[in-house]
Design a protein around this ligand. Sequence first.
Ligand code: PAF
Length: 279
Amino acid sequence: MNIIKKASEMQKIALKHIKAGDEIGLVPTMGALHEGHISLIDKSGKNDDITIVSIFVNPTQFGPNEDYLKYPRPIEKDLQICKKHHVDYVFLPSVSEMFPDEHKTFVEVKEMQDILCGAFRKGHFRGVATVVAKLFNISCADRAYFGLKDFQQLKIIERMAKDLNFTTKIVPCPIVREKSGLALSSRNSYLNAKQKSDAVLISKTLREAKEDFKTKSLQIVLSAAVKKLSSIPESKIDYAEIVDFDDLSLANSKTKKASFLAAVWVGKTRLIDNIAMSK
Ligand code: PAF
């Protein structure tokens, strides 16, 4: 496994592989790897000749009062995981490598970036779309793997890849959950034991909403879910919404395939989760 810190070097290596006829898979991460990331790495291992994992805590996707400095960075452990899972290259750039002072170009995915999480995290998806566009170009990836846990992020990246004619194919991958149902997230490490067990109610609420969606009105499904989420100790709901599965527009009574998305604070930790639902 090679660790590459320079974008130009990573790109040169990727181009060499492409010339040799290899197909490249990219798993973009911010590190603090867990079973969710590992499922993406293993999927690339199956599909692609070469797997590149990028580890970069991207400052441009954090707001001024968010957890950029506190975000976990267990780099040695992450590298061990990558090695164990047969990653070929870890792309590990510095902030100045990705965003030197003279950097001026940003990618915006209008409308989709301003709703749901985007309404509460101004500029977040602009930072995500920009870094992902750079990573696509640096890695020359044939395929890039994204977890469905960040559903809005996935939809925004799919839109961006289409709009900007990227050749990288986006591969959505299922949410990995603890036995309790809690969706894996690097931010779960901020939760204490009690908060972690209380947070299980988020996934339970989504599963129940999925059942209710089959027979009940949107309004009833939503109000029952909000009531349950509000009962979590120390909780504050940023949003709980049912949206069209394909374009994130608000669902209506005609929507057949939807997604229930929720962002809920448990103490000082913001958790997101979602579930697909159909009639
Ligand atoms: O999902 C993440 O970990 C990040 O948003 C990503 C896609 C690696 C971009 O920094």
